[in-house]
Design a protein around this ligand. Structure first.
Ligand SMILES: Nc1ncnc2c1ncn2[C@@H]1O[C@H](COP(=O)(O)OP(=O)(O)O)[C@@H](O)[C@H]1O
Ligand SMILES: C[C@@](O)(CCOP(=O)(O)O)CC(=O)O
Ligand SMILES: [Mg+2]
Length: 384
């Protein structure tokens, strides 16, 4: 039997970085998914295989070798999400290095450590083949790391027999109360990849919808406001862990100033959630609400610039969308990655096409995505 989990990526509408320091963020799931399939193998096959399709890397560890390295593990502990200690990360580094991890892809190694930690903690040493593939660009601010950890945790927990699943829709099941368990394990994985995650990305990937998030508290935002965003990928690679660490370093150097900026970002997140919740469906009201959101995006972007997470490529996109009077902000950690542009309902398809064409001529990649769908889901393939 094969278990497949799919978890959505996300956009942060307001509050990235500030959320790491205890301020509010508003985020939404998007309908681009990371999928993890796990097929258990017979005990005599004696290996755990990991196929990372998006980065073209395959790994195969003998169970004996994993047991040797993680010798302190006696049995899995699926119902107790536990952090991976720095000593264990060091042991996991050895397991990855001996598979000749290419130097050019070394920045991706933390995802493999997260895999090994989640797998052995939740399932123990059962032989299996695990395949990961994603519709999300990796390392671009759309939460690929969280979707990866959520899908992995969900598939592993579904196999660990410690969860209940709710009825299926088109063959997909959702978690019952154990969605919280999936979320907590995914957070432990995110810690290995991000260093100091806020938890917003794994929460929105687990639970879906539009959420407000502050210090681990998740509030679902029910909104009937139609939200359209153009997502433009700068294609400039960056690493969330390094950007988050840079912001913390700036905060240590200038605590007073940085606290003021982070509080200003929080005020924007709070206003965002008020506007999208209180919106009533008549046209005048909708364009007034869209105008407010546009201004919040411009202010949020200015503040993100001031904490050092913009990038020349992001600024080029902002200048281009400004010519069309369309407000934009970076989303996720910044430093490259993706930019959101609000597409108010009155803007015509012809204008959007022209903007996309201009951005693509500059070498960027534009796309749209459905906003606010379901969180993580599970399906089963009994064909083999
Ligand atoms: N599909 C995937 N396959 C392998 N590793 C992945 C995948 N998705 C995410 N990762 C891991 O997450 C890291 C990117 O996370 P991050 O820098 O937080 O960017 P983002 O979450 O915005 O995409 C990658 O370097 C890799 O370690
Ligand atoms: C910068 C931050 O707020 C969001 C990071 O998102 P992403 O990994 O760039 O998709 C960090 C966090 O909330 O953990
Ligand atoms: Mg991430």
């Amino acid at each position: 039997m094969e278990v497949i989990a799919r978890a959505p990526g996300k956009i942060i509408l307001a509050g990235e970085h500030a959320v790491v320091h205890g301020c509010t963020a508003v985020a939404s799931s998007i309908d681009l998914y990371t999928s993890v399939s796990i097929r258990l193998r017979s005990e005599d096959e004696d290996t755990i295989k990991l196929l990372l399709n998006d980065i073209g890397l395959d790994f195969s560890w003998s169970i004996g070798r994993i047991k040797e390295v993680l010798s302190h593990f006696s049995s899995p502990f699926p119902s107790t999400p536990t952090p991976c200690s720095p000593e264990t990360v060091t042991s996991l580094t050895a397991l990855v290095e001996e598979q000749r991890f290419p130097e050019s892809k070394i920045g991706l190694a933390s995802g493999v450590y997260a895999f090994l930690w989640l797998y052995t903690s939740i399932l123990g040493f059962k032989p299996a083949t695990v395949v990961v593939s994603s519709e999300l660009p990796l390392g671009a601010g759309l939460g690929s790391s969280a979707a990866y950890c959520v899908a992995l945790s969900a598939a592993l927990l579904a196999l660990s027999d410690s969860v209940g699943l709710d009825k299926s829709q088109n063959g997909w099941f959702t978690f019952k109360a154990e969605a919280e368990l999936v979320n907590k394990w995914a957070f432990e994985g995110e810690k290995i990849i991000h260093g100091r995650p806020s938890g917003v990305d794994n929460s929105v990937s687990t639970f879906g919808n539009v959420i407000k998030f502050k210090s681990g508290v998740i509030t679902r935002i029910d909104s009937n406001m139609p939200l359209r965003m153009l997502i433009t990928n700068t294609k400039v690679g960056r690493d969330t862990k390094a950007l988050v660490a840079n912001v913390s370093a700036r905060k240590s150097r200038h605590p007073g100033t940085m606290c003021s900026v982070l509080n200003a970002i929080e005020a924007i997140s709070d206003e965002w959630s008020t506007v999208i919740q209180s919106h009533a469906v008549d046209d005048l009201c909708l364009s007034a609400a869209e105008e407010k959101l546009g201004e919040f995006m411009e202010m949020n972007q200015g503040l993100l610039f001031s904490i050092g997470v913009s990038h020349a490529s992001i600024e080029t996109i902002l200048q281009t969308t400004m010519k069309y009077k369309l407000p934009s902000k970076l989303t996720g950690a910044g430093g490259g990655g993706c930019v959101l542009t609000l597409l108010p309902t009155h803007v015509s398809g012809a204008v959007i096409n022209k903007l996309e064409e201009e951005l693509e001529l500059l070498g960027f990649q534009c796309f749209t995505a459905g906003i606010g769908g379901k969180g993580v889901q599970i399906s089963f393939d009994n064909s083999s």
